[in-house]
Ligand binder design. Structure first.
Ligand SMILES: Cc1cc2nc3c(=O)[nH]c(=O)nc-3n(C[C@H](O)[C@H](O)[C@H](O)COP(=O)(O)O)c2cc1C
Length: 187
C-alpha cells in the first residue's frame, strides 16, 4: 500500500497541499460519517463570487443506492473508482438567484469548494481522486438535475488500500508530474 506520494516542491508549501494526491487503490474500510460531515463542511466555507455558493454534492456511500447509481455513470477507464467507499459528484449551479443572471464563476467556485473538500480529506488521512470521466447526461437524468445545474466532477474518497492489479500498482507508483514553476508565470 502506498500511503504517501508527497510533492517534491521547489519551494516550501503546506504539508496538506504536498500530501494530497490521486491514487486509484482504495481500501474497503468505510469512511466515518463524522469525517464525511467535515468534508462537506470544508466545502461550505469556500469563497465564491457574490457569496453565491453555487455547489452541492451528490453523496453515495458504498452499499447505498446513490453509490451504485454513481458507479453506473463511471467511464470504463475509471472502473477502479467503484471500490471507493464514498463517491461524490459535485453539482454546480450556473445562474445567480438574483435576477436569474448567468454566473460565469460557477465552475471556478465549485472547483474551489471541492479543493477545500479534498484538502480536508487529506488532513483526515483520507485519499481522494477527482474524475471527469463519467456520463454527464446520465447524472442529470438519474438525479433529476434541473436546467442550469451541471455535474462538475466525480470524487472518489476513502482510505488507502492495496492495488488490485499490476496496472493499478504501476499507476500509483508512477512519479508525480508537474510543469516547471517558471511556466506558471505569464510571459
Ligand atoms: C477535474 C478533474 C478531472 C479528472 N479526471 C480524471 C479521470 O477521469 N480519471 C482519472 O483517473 N483521473 C482524473 N483526474 C486526476 C488527475 O489526472 C490528477 O489530479 C493529475 O494527474 C495530478 O495528479 P495528482 O492529483 O496525484 O497530483 C482528474 C482530476 C481533476 C481535477
Amino acid at each position: 500500500m502506498i500511503n504517501s506520494k508527497k510533492a517534491e516542491s521547489d519551494y516550501p508549501i503546506s504539508n496538506i497541499i504536498a500530501n494530497r494526491w490521486s491514487p486509484v487503490s482504495f481500501s474497503a474500510q468505510a469512511v466515518e460519517q463524522e469525517k464525511i460531515n467535515s468534508l462537506i463542511e470544508a466545502a461550505r466555507w469556500a469563497p465564491s463570487a457574490f457569496n453565491e455558493q453555487p455547489w452541492q454534492y451528490i453523496v453515495g456511500i458504498k452499499g447505498d443506492e446513490t453509490h451504485q447509481k454513481l458507479v453506473d455513470t463511471l467511464a470504463e477507464g475509471n472502473d477502479w473508482a467503484k471500490d471507493a467507499p464514498v463517491l461524490m459528484c459535485s453539482v454546480a449551479k450556473s445562474f445567480f438567484d438574483h435576477k436569474h443572471k448567468p454566473n460565469r464563476h460557477y465552475m471556478h467556485d465549485t472547483g474551489m469548494a471541492t479543493m477545500n473538500l479534498v484538502l480536508q480529506a487529506t488532513e483526515l488521512d483520507l485519499i481522494t481522486h477527482q474524475m471527469a470521466g463519467f456520463d454527464l447526461e446520465m447524472i442529470k437524468k438519474t438525479f433529476n438535475l434541473d436546467e442550469g445545474f451541471e455535474p462538475a466532477s466525480m470524487i472518489a474518497i476513502g482510505y488507502a488500500g492495496d492495488p488490485k492489479s499490476d496496472d493499478m500498482k504501476t499507476r500509483d507508483e508512477a512519479p508525480r508530474q508537474r510543469k516547471n514553476h517558471s511556466d506558471l508565470i505569464w510571459k
